[in-house]
Design a protein around this ligand. Structure first.
Ligand SMILES: *Cc1c(COP(=O)(O)O)cnc(C)c1O
Length: 410
């Protein structure tokens, strides 16, 4: 990337000429692509020529977004999916075989945790460890371990994984290092810096940013040596070795599972991505100001936010990320009911989702983490009164004012 982050995103569509001199990539809704010479269609099918065959495997609008995400993550190729969960599930299905072992952070997005539990009943073996310390990851490695999976800033308790050292460990043992970068986004952190081989993003969150489109992506950073990976099928060894992994993810994941990102959400996400840096700066600034206000308030017992000095990984987060992000969680003093408190907020919306322009709040144990049960919640450090806040781009004074009045009434 020779230009800056935002310049590059804004102008990346124009790397190739666009129909009618349109300044961004138009929406291509076609499912099928016709070829005057049927031999060209054959070449596209075999992967011997670039092109599109059938919409489940991609279309020009989604491809333009894939190219944008690759630039954001400084990767060599990206495959987009219908959702972030589809990206994670399809990557596992594409790259793992029965009996393969994965070491995962135990601090995970709720549905990822649920998915890995399902995989554990279906032939993959996934162990969960406290990934804030690399030694826990190292101890969990077995002879048939293929992959290590971590999130950057974990949702909802904001633990920061030991990203640099885990990257070194994976390089040493030749394991695929998969980093879910959703919470930081490629603007705050590029996992390639710490030797990640694959980077996952839920495009639904900060990259799309407006809460109006679902999407997910997997980016190959080019760092993992696929010629040393046992699970690449012979059929996919026709491409350059650097492309073996992403080609298998496209075929065994995207094509066979079929959780394809359609052109319309791809277009919305690409438009949203243009302002990723502006939004992240603003929402992270708001988050820090609000976290400081809340930390000093007598009716709040705890604020979990990496930007506060008492956060266990405050220094590490400062070294790794451009700033501390826009997600935090709070615990109210014992006598305040968290739903009553949320009902007193006038501006902040009680809602699932995060990474929206609007500030959203949700009681965690009763909703997203309800299904996993109290024991697993305790393991993940989730108290029954925890409230997760996804900070938006409102004016900081308005946000602080809203929390102040709701706390005064509690
Ligand atoms: C939301 C989220 C996902 C799943 O993304 P969807 O687009 O909602 O499927 C995965 N990982 C993290 C860290 C998330 O926050």
């Amino acid at each position: 990337m020779k230009n800056g982050f935002t310049t590059t995103i804004l102008h990346s569509d124009l790397e190739a000429p666009i129909e009618h001199n349109s300044v961004h990539k138009p929406m291509h809704a076609a499912v099928a692509f016709g070829y005057p010479d049927s031999r060209d269609l054959v070449k596209v099918f075999k992967g011997d020529a670039a092109g599109y065959a059938y919409g489940r495997q991609g279309n020009p609008t989604t491809a333009a977004l894939e190219s944008k995400v690759s630039k954001m993550e400084d990767g060599i190729a990206t495959a987009c999916f219908a959702t972030g969960m589809a990206a994670i599930a399809s990557t596992f299905v594409a790259l793992l075989r029965a009996g393969d072992h994965v070491v995962s952070s135990s601090f995970l997005f709720g549905n990822t945790n649920s998915l890995f539990g399902t995989f554990n009943t279906q032939g993959y073996e996934i162990s969960f460890v406290d990934a804030t310390d690399v030694s826990n990851v190292a101890q969990a490695i077995r002879p048939h371990t293929r992959m290590v999976f971590v999130e950057t800033i974990a949702n909802p308790r904001t633990q920061v994984a030991d990203l640099t050292r885990i990257g070194e460990l994976c390089a040493k043992y030749n394991l695929i290092y998969v980093v879910d970068n959703t919470m930081t986004s490629p603007y705050l952190y590029r996992p390639k810096r710490d030797k990640a081989g694959l980077v996952i993003n839920s495009l639904t969150k900060y990259i799309g940013g407006h809460g109006n489109a679902l999407g997910g992506s997997v980016t190959d950073t080019g760092l993992f040596d696929w010629t040393r990976y046992a699970n690449i099928y012979d059929n996919y060894k026709n491409a350059k070795p650097a492309m073996w992994g992403i080609q298998q993810i496209r075929k065994k994941g995207l094509r066979d599972v079929g959780a394809t990102l359609a052109a319309e959400p791809a277009h919305r996400i690409a438009t949203g991505a243009e302002t990723l840096a502006l939004r992240m700066e603003r929402s992270s600034g708001n988050a820090l100001a609000l976290a400081r206000f809340l930390a000093g308030h007598p009716k709040i017992t705890k604020v979990y936010y990496p930007g506060l000095e008492d956060h266990p990984q405050h220094r590490l987060a400062g070294e790794l990320f451009k700033n501390y992000g826009a997600l935090m969680s709070i615990d109210l003093t014992g006598n305040i009911d968290c739903c009553d408190f949320l009902n007193r907020l006038e501006l902040v919306i009680s809602s699932s989702h995060l990474g929206d322009n609007r500030t959203l709040a949700i009681p965690i144990a009763q909703t997203i983490y309800w299904e996993m049960g109290a024991a697993r919640r305790a393991e993940m450090g989730i108290s029954e009164s925890l409230i997760r806040l996804s900070i938006g781009i409102e004016d900081a004074d308005d946000l602080i004012g809203d929390f102040r009045q709701a706390l005064d009434k509690s």
